[in-house]
Design a protein around this ligand. Structure first.
Ligand code: PMP
Length: 405
C-alpha cells in the first residue's frame, strides 16, 4: 500500500503562496464537468447554463465528430506510438494537415499537440538571440513563453497600438537581427480583434516576419471561420498563422500554416514537434470532420454571431461594463463583464454558479491587477430561451450582490 505524503518543508514556499491566494480571495478549485460539454450541462453536480467553454460551434458532442473518432479508433487503434519524426506520423495526421492548408489557402501546415506548443514551439525556433520580437502587451502566454525561450529581444507594444509598434520598429530598424511582429487575432480575455491588416502593412514596410495567433478566431472570423487573415483579406501577407484545434474545432491540438519551407523548418527545429508524441488517430479524424462541418454548415457561424450580438446588447442595456471603457471593447463571442476587484469577481462568479450560470471569474495574473472580470463566451448552440435565462440570472445576482446598483 502506498501512503501519500503531505507537503514537506521543501515545498513550504508553495503553501505560503496558496495561503496568499486564499487571503486575496482569488484561490479557486477546479469545477468538474460531469456530462458532455454543452450549453446546459452539469458541473460539480449542479445543472448550469454554460457560458464558460470555448466550444464556439457546439461541436464537442456532434454526432459526426463522435463517429469519426470511433471509426478512426477502430481502424487505427488508440495511439500513434511515437513522436512524428520517429515513427508517429500516421496517414491521418497528413490528411488533417493537407485539409487545414487547403482551408487556409497556404502551402503547408503542421499540427502540434496544442495551440500552446504551436505558438511556443514556433516562436522559439524561428528566432534566435540576435533577433527582435514585437509583441502586443495582451498576447497569449504561449507567445510570451515562446519569445522568452527564443532568447530574442522582446519589445512589447501597447495593446493594438500600431503607431507604438512602428516607433519600436524604428528604434531597431538598423539592427541586423530579424524582426517578428506578433499579435493575437482575437484576444482571449477581452474578445477584441487584433489589427492584423495594419500590422501586416508595417511588417511589409520594415521587412519583418508577420505572425498571428488565431486560437479564438479560427471557426469564428472570416469566411467559414477561416480566421483573421481571411477576415481582413490579407492573404499572402501573414507569414505564420497559428490556430488551435481545441476551441471551435472541439478537439485538441494546434496548427501552424505558412510556406512549405516554414513547415519543413519546424519539422526539423520546433522542439514540441520533435520531442513530444503525436496525437491519437481519433483526434486527427475528429478535426477532419470538424473542418468538413465548417464548410458544410456555415449556418453554425451565423448563429454564433446572432447569439453574440444579442447577448452583448442585452448585457449592455442592463447596465453592465462589458469592456470599452477601462478595458478593450469586445467584438467577438468573448464578452467580459468587468468588475475590477479580484475578490468581488470571484464571489460574483460563485454566486452566478449557485444560481445556475457558469461564467468564470478571471483575476490577476491572468489579467492586469484591477481589471478582474467574469468572462462569458457565447456559442452557436445556446437557444434564445437559455440566453434569456442566463441574462435574467446574471442581472438578478448582480443586483443582489451589489455588482449592479
Ligand atoms: N492562444 C490563445 C489566444 C489562447 O486563448 C489559447 C488557449 N487558452 C491558446 C493559444 C492555446 O491553445 P490550446 O488550448 O490549444 O493549447
Amino acid at each position: 500500500m502506498t501512503t501519500s505524503i503531505g507537503t514537506r518543508p521543501q515545498l513550504a514556499h508553495l503553501t505560503a503562496q496558496i495561503d496568499d491566494l486564499k487571503q486575496r480571495g482569488t484561490f479557486f478549485k477546479l469545477r468538474v464537468l460531469e456530462d458532455e460539454q454543452a450549453p446546459v450541462c452539469t458541473y460539480d453536480g449542479r445543472r448550469v447554463i454554460n457560458l464558460a467553454s470555448n466550444n464556439y460551434l457546439g461541436l464537442c458532442n456532434h454526432p459526426k465528430l463522435r463517429e469519426a473518432a470511433i471509426a478512426a479508433t477502430v481502424k487505427y487503434g488508440v495511439g500513434s506510438g511515437a513522436v512524428r519524426t520517429i515513427a508517429g506520423t500516421m496517414r491521418i495526421h497528413m490528411e488533417l494537415e493537407e485539409k487545414i492548408a487547403a482551408f487556409k489557402n497556404v502551402e503547408a501546415c503542421v499540427v502540434f499537440q496544442s495551440g500552446f506548443t504551436a505558438n511556443a514551439g514556433t516562436v522559439s525556433s524561428i528566432l534566435g538571440k540576435e533577433d527582435f520580437i514585437l509583441s502586443d502587451e495582451l498576447n497569449h502566454a504561449s507567445i510570451i513563453d515562446g519569445a522568452r525561450l527564443s532568447r530574442a529581444k522582446i519589445k512589447v507594444f501597447r495593446h493594438k497600438d500600431v503607431e507604438h509598434a512602428e516607433e519600436l520598429l524604428k528604434e531597431i530598424e538598423n539592427e541586423p537581427g530579424r524582426k517578428l511582429i506578433i499579435t493575437d487575432g482575437v484576444f482571449s480575455m477581452d474578445g477584441d480583434i487584433g489589427p492584423v491588416d495594419k500590422l501586416a502593412v508595417l511588417a511589409e514596410k520594415y521587412g519583418a516576419i508577420m505572425m498571428v495567433d488565431d486560437a479564438h478566431a479560427s471557426g469564428v472570423l472570416g469566411r467559414n471561420g477561416r480566421g483573421s487573415v481571411d477576415h481582413f483579406g490579407v492573404h499572402g501577407k501573414v507569414d505564420v498563422q497559428v490556430g488551435t484545434l481545441s476551441k471551435a474545432i472541439a478537439s485538441l491540438g494546434g496548427y501552424v500554416c505558412g510556406s512549405r519551407d516554414l513547415i519543413d523548418y519546424l519539422y526539423h527545429r520546433a522542439r514540441p514537434f520533435l520531442f513530444s508524441t503525436s496525437h491519437p488517430p481519433s483526434v486527427a479524424a475528429t478535426c477532419i470532420a470538424a473542418f468538413d462541418l465548417l464548410e458544410s454548415e456555415p449556418e453554425r457561424i451565423e448563429r454564433l454571431w446572432a447569439n453574440t450580438w444579442y447577448f452583448k446588447e442585452q448585457l449592455t442595456s442592463a447596465g453592465f461594463d462589458v469592456g470599452g471603457v477601462t478595458t478593450p471593447k469586445s467584438e467577438t463571442p468573448i464578452t467580459p463583464i468587468i468588475l475590477g476587484d479580484g475578490r468581488k469577481t470571484m464571489d460574483f462568479s460563485k454566486a452566478l454558479f449557485e444560481a445556475g450560470v457558469m461564467a468564470t471569474g478571471i483575476a490577476f495574473p491572468t489579467v492586469p491587477e484591477g481589471k478582474a472580470r467574469v468572462r462569458t463566451i457565447m456559442t452557436s448552440e445556446h437557444t434564445r430561451a437559455e440566453i434569456d435565462q442566463a441574462l435574467e440570472t446574471i442581472t438578478v445576482v448582480a443586483k443582489r450582490t451589489g455588482v449592479l446598483s
